[in-house]
Design a protein around this ligand. Structure first.
Ligand code: 6GU
Length: 267
C-alpha cells in the first residue's frame, strides 16, 4: 500500500505515520508514506495557496491550481489515476468495511483541506471519495487522514503480527470487546472473574462472548443488527433490556455494573 497525502502540514503526517505499528510496517516495506506539500505547487511570489471566497462569507478557501498541480505530480509519477479521498465533515462517515475495501488499492491519495474549504472545481476533477470520520468539526483533514490510514494499514496483509490480528478479527467490528484482566488476581479489592482462572477454554469463550453481547446491547445497541446473534443471545438481550427498563436510575445501574455483567446471585 502506497499512501500519498496532499497537505499543508507534511511533517504532521510523517511524524504520525512513522510511529508504532504503521512505522514498523513502513520499515518492513509493506507500506509507504509520502506527504506532498501543496505549498510547493503555489507558483507565486509568497507561495500563497488561499484566497477569498466569491460571494463573500467567513474565512479563506484553498485555491484550485496548487491542489491540482500537487495531485498531478503524484498521478504522473505512478503512471495512473489513483483513488483520491477528500477529508471533509460533509463526506460519508468512515467505517470498518470502508477500511477493508480501501486496503485493496495499490495507491491511495488523501487530500487534506484547511481554511474554510477547497475550490469546488478541483474537487470535481480529482476527488473520487469524500469521507468524514464522525459528526464533529476539526481544523483540518490531517488527523482524519491519519485515522483512515491507520485503520486501512491494519487491514493490509502482514502489517499486524499473528497475535495482533487474531484478537479483533473474531468479531470484526460488529460487537464490542469483552473485558480483560492481567496480574494481580486482586487489585483495589476487585477480583478477576473466576472463570478466567479456571483454565476451561470453552467456558472462557462462552463468558467472553456473553460479555461482548452484553456490552454491545448496553452501549451500542445500533451494532446488534449486524452482529449475527443466536436466538438464545437475542433472548438474553431482551431480558437485559427489560431489567434495564425496570431500574429507576440508569446512571446508578451503570455504576453498579460497570459494563461487566455479573452472574445472577444464587437463590
Ligand atoms: Cl474528514 N475533516 C474535518 N475538518 N473535520 C472532520 C472530519 C474531516 N471528519 C470529522 N470532522
Amino acid at each position: 500500500m502506497n499512501f500519498h497525502v496532499l497537505t499543508l502540514f507534511p511533517e504532521m503526517i510523517l511524524q504520525g505515520m512513522n510511529t508504532s505499528i504503521t512505522g514498523r510496517a513502513i520499515a518492513k516495506g509493506l507500506l509507504s508514506i509520502e506527504a506532498v506539500n501543496i505549498r510547493d505547487f503555489a507558483f507565486n511570489k509568497h507561495q500563497k495557496v488561499d484566497d477569498y471566497p466569491y460571494g463573500g462569507g467567513a474565512g479563506m478557501l484553498m485555491q484550485a491550481e496548487p491542489v491540482y498541480l500537487a495531485y498531478r505530480s503524484i498521478a504522473e509519477r505512478i503512471g495512473r489515476k489513483p483513488r483520491v479521498v477528500f477529508l471533509t465533515p460533509a463526506g460519508q462517515v468512515f467505517h470498518q468495511d470502508m477500511a477493508k475495501e480501501l486496503a485493496k488499492e495499490e495507491d491511495l491519495v488523501f487530500l487534506c483541506g484547511h481554511y474554510e474549504g477547497i475550490d469546488e472545481r478541483v474537487l470535481e476533477e480529482i476527488v473520487t471519495d469524500q469521507v468524514s470520520i464522525g459528526d464533529y468539526v476539526l481544523t483540518g483533514g490531517e488527523l482524519p487522514a491519519m485515522v483512515m490510514m491507520d485503520s486501512i494499514s491494519r487491514m493490509v496483509p502482514g502489517v499486524l503480527n499473528n497475535q495482533e490480528s487474531g484478537e479483533t478479527e473474531s468479531f470484526a467490528g460488529s460487537l464490542l470487546e469483552y473485558p480483560q484482566y492481567s496480574r494481580p488476581e486482586e487489585w483495589h479489592g476487585k477480583k478477576v472473574p473466576e472463570v478466567l482462572l479456571s483454565g476451561h477454554h470453552a467456558n472462557i469463550e462462552k463468558w467472553r462472548r456473553e460479555q461482548s453481547v452484553f456490552r454491545t446491547a448496553k452501549w451500542r445497541p445500533d451494532l446488534l443488527k449486524k452482529a449475527d446473534l443466536t436466538n438464545k443471545e437475542w433472548n438474553a438481550v431482551r431480558k437485559w433490556r427489560k431489567e434495564w427498563k425496570e431500574t429507576s436510575d440508569p446512571a446508578e445501574q451503570l455504576k453498579q455494573e460497570g459494563g461487566t455483567r455479573k452472574e445472577p446471585q444464587e437463590e
